[in-house]
Design a protein around this ligand. Structure first.
Ligand code: SAH
Ligand code: MG
Length: 218
């Protein structure tokens, strides 16, 4: 997530490694119009997603939680010509804005946007798997279910990424703070624990402002 007051070190990384072009600036503004700009990944996190795609030579990527397309555009740009990004988004208004951007910037041929609850959409896209990367960035209470699906549908050297996995610092606590449900709390703790413990994954949390847990299979 984009910090309101950007740490000067993060600003340095954003400026040097993750400069936004006009498209990404427009997507940011579109999110701002619906008061959702703060829940998109930051520029350097977009670049981390690109980096992971390139490093793992990912061709088929699933994004769970697209909002208006900011992180999706970072990822789609890193995919090869025959690559494909499945974007799963529950809210049809968000999806409509995202679709408009994907068309405008010439990425729609690489992106399949599915509107609806991701728990349903993941079942529908399953036959297109296995997937090289799964990026989880939606409703926190379902993170464990998304992870279990990803374990079943990830390619042999694939990467699983979960965003916001510090749960605003709550994963460090024994009980959730006010505003965080028990379901969100237990799902996020389980998400990190399962990736940490899985014998077939090399995993770590990147200590971004919000926490980004990554695991590579193999
Ligand atoms: N990845 C985006 C931000 C996603 S914000 C970016 O960084 O640019 C989280 C999104 O998840 C919201 O748009 C919300 O509508 C969506 N979402 C919440 N619950 C969902 C569900 N059950 N299925 C699919 N999407 C969901
Ligand atoms: Mg996020």
């Amino acid at each position: 997530m984009r910090e309101k007051i950007v740490d000067p070190r993060i600003q340095y990384i954003n400026d040097l490694f993750a400069e936004e072009d006009e498209t990404l600036k427009d997507v940011y503004l579109a999110a701002q119009e619906i008061n959702k700009e703060g829940i998109q990944v930051s520029p350097y996190e977009g670049k981390i997603l690109q980096f992971l795609i390139q490093l793992s030579k990912a061709k088929k990527v699933v994004e769970i939680g697209t909002l208006v397309g900011y992180s999706a555009i970072w990822m789609a740009r890193a995919l090869p010509k025959d690559g494909k990004l499945y974007c799963l988004e529950k809210d049809d208004k968000n999806a409509e804005i995202a679709r408009g951007f994907f068309e405008k910037v010439g990425l729609s041929h690489k992106i399949e946007l599915k509107v609806g609850d991701a728990l349903t959409s993941i079942e529908e896209i399953q036959t297109d798997g296995p997937f090289d990367m799964v990026f989880i960035d939606a409703n926190k209470a379902a993170y464990e279910e998304y992870l279990d699906w990803a374990f079943e549908n990830i390619a042999s050297e694939g990467v699983i990424v979960g965003d916001n996995t510090f749960l605003f610092g709550n994963v460090l606590r024994d009980e959730p703070e006010k505003g965080i449900s028990k379901n969100q709390f237990s799902a996020m703790k389980a998400f990190n624990q399962k990736l940490a413990d899985h014998p077939n994954f090399t995993s770590v949390m990147l200590p971004t402002a919000e926490g980004m847990t990554v695991g590579v299979r193999g």
